[in-house]
Design a protein around this ligand. Sequence first.
Ligand code: FES
Length: 252
Amino acid sequence: MLKLLKGKVTLVKQIAKETLEMTFQNEYIAKTALPGQFLHILVKETMLRRPISIANVNEEESTVTIIFKIVGSGTKRLANYQVNETINILGPSGAGFPMENLCNKKVLLIGGGVGIPPLYFLGKKLAEDPSISILTILGFQSKEYRFYVEQFESLGETTVTTDDGTFGKKGFVTNALDDLSDIDRYYTCGPTPMLRSVTERLKHIEGYISLEEYMGCGVGACFACVVPTSDGKSYRKICQDGPVFIANEVKI
Ligand code: FES
């Protein structure tokens, strides 16, 4: 259930170029959040909340980790928070990734840039069932932007691509799809062109996409985040119906 909450910051760390990891304490989120859900964070001195997906939780320590890229004034201010400061959170919000019926199945996680964090939370949850094989493809602009590669490697076979070839395979995540077979389900999150390519290439496989969209209210009231359904007959609200959708359920 969505709640207005506070979190005491316990860690702020730069983990890649323009990319920060922040951990804060909040027992409710740590115990109830589902992979794929997001937090709507009110950054001090700004009017709007920023939707940021959950990268990890630690139930024992009641901590929650987010990873974000500095892309504007809001995320720049968020990056300036210090340990022991308090952040104001609305969440956990939205629908998470479906995780049922995966016993003995092979799952592929495909993440691009700041779309990667929710896939780590998902991968960790899936890894609790040792019968699930987890493969991951991570795409970054270049080696300075890479993060969490070792964490994903601890979950299973991981391939990294960089646009400029400075780390891993040169090219996009879709270039790494050629080497894969027998995937039962995929989950993907990243820039929209990447999601289009992935869903087109893997249209014969059950898949789920997570959409990153600038939001307004974050609670289904303002229509700032709507996307049309694939048949064009209806629409979905990313903040409420998503951010996770069945691949090809919506037009992206
Ligand atoms: Fe307001 Fe989704 S952000 S309806």
